[in-house]
Design a binder for this molecule. Structure first.
Ligand code: ASP
Length: 318
């Protein structure tokens, strides 16, 4: 889906924010009015949280962190509370955050007790010499950092349990987009001209063997570079890893001078050619905001200092 050229700013807006809550076979006859209302409310709440920070001169990093936290706490989305189940019936959470000024980044995979995994990714970035921690070690680091811990049962919802049961009953695979992706993410540009990206997810329903998706992999599901753009992805992670989606979009913008929309569309087409369904959100120092997805829908929203604000779910919404 392409935002029409006329909708793009003539002048750089002071700040921008784009969010997503996952892509997939999201069509009007497949979700209930209650689910739709809840998802739109969640997207609006995330836009509010991030916009407030950006409007008052806060950083893109704080804005994407705040927006993703709202979506992690919202059971409508596959991140934090409401994360999908592994094959064994547990919740293993992945998250990443990156800022575009010095390209500092932090990521975690397979965490099980940190209430807000995006906060743990940020702690890795700010308080460890590392970029990426996984599993039990990440959980231990979280406790050492004094982050809020929760009983793993807090993440589990009946709807996600039902989806795992359905996957097992249909003997279908984790890539069946019928079951929808629901990763959350945010990208922002702040008044100082810096960008940041954040992504958080439970991964794919029925994932096994310690599987890690694209979301916490810097350059695949998450990337930010002030020289180009900030990207957060959602979709069939294995394909996004192989394509190096988030970095590839930034590289096209930086080296080929493509608009963010053109770069995102080109990379999503290449990902589709590999077999990967999903989508991305992008913003950059020029103030351009873009969505690109090759699925029927994507939970998404955007806001900027020049008053543009919208949320969308289906492919035919602007
Ligand atoms: N990209 C995520 C993963 O592969 C799934 C999603 O977007 O919902 O783990």
């Amino acid at each position: 889906m392409t935002i029409p050229a006329t909708a793009q700013p003539q002048q750089r807006p002071e700040w921008t924010l784009v969010i997503h809550g996952g892509a997939g076979v999201i069509e009007r006859d497949r979700i209930t009015p209650e689910q739709e209302t809840a998802a739109r409310a969640g997207l609006n709440a995330a836009l509010d949280a991030g916009s407030k920070i950006l409007a008052s001169g806060g950083s893109a990093l704080d804005a994407v962190d705040a927006a993703v936290r709202v979506l992690e706490d919202d059971p409508s989305f596959n991140a934090g509370r409401g994360a999908v189940f592994t094959y064994e019936g547990t919740n293993e959470l992945d998250a990443a955050i990156m800022e575009g000024t010095t390209r500092r980044a932090g990521a975690v995979a397979g965490t099980t007790r940190t209430k807000n995994p995006i906060g743990l990714a940020r702690a890795v970035m700010e308080h460890s010499p590392h970029v990426f921690l996984a599993g039990e070690g990440a959980d231990r680091f979280s406790v050492e950092q004094g982050l809020e811990q929760t009983d793993p049962a807090w993440f589990a919802t009946p709807e996600r349990r039902r989806q795992l049961d359905e996957l097992k009953a249909r003997k279908t695979s984790s890539f069946d987009v019928d079951l929808k992706y629901g990763t959350v993410g945010a990208v922002a540009l702040d008044k100082a001209g810096h960008v940041a990206a954040a992504t958080s997810t439970g991964g794919l329903t029925g994932k096994r063997w310690g599987r890690i998706g694209d979301a916490p992999i810097i350059g695949a599901g998450t990337y930010a570079d002030d020289r180009a753009c900030a990207v957060s992805a959602t979709g069939a992670g294995e394909f996004f890893i192989r394509e190096g989606v988030a970095h590839e979009i930034c590289a096209r913008a930086r080296f080929k001078g493509e608009s963010l929309q053109a770069a995102a569309d080109a990379v999503m087409a290449e990902t589709k050619a590999l077999g990967g369904d999903g989508g991305v959100i992008v913003t950059g120092p020029t103030g351009e905001m873009a969505y690109s997805f090759n699925t029927p829908g994507m939970y998404r929203g955007q806001a900027s200092a020049d008053g543009r604000r919208s949320v969308g779910i289906y492919g035919d919404e602007e």
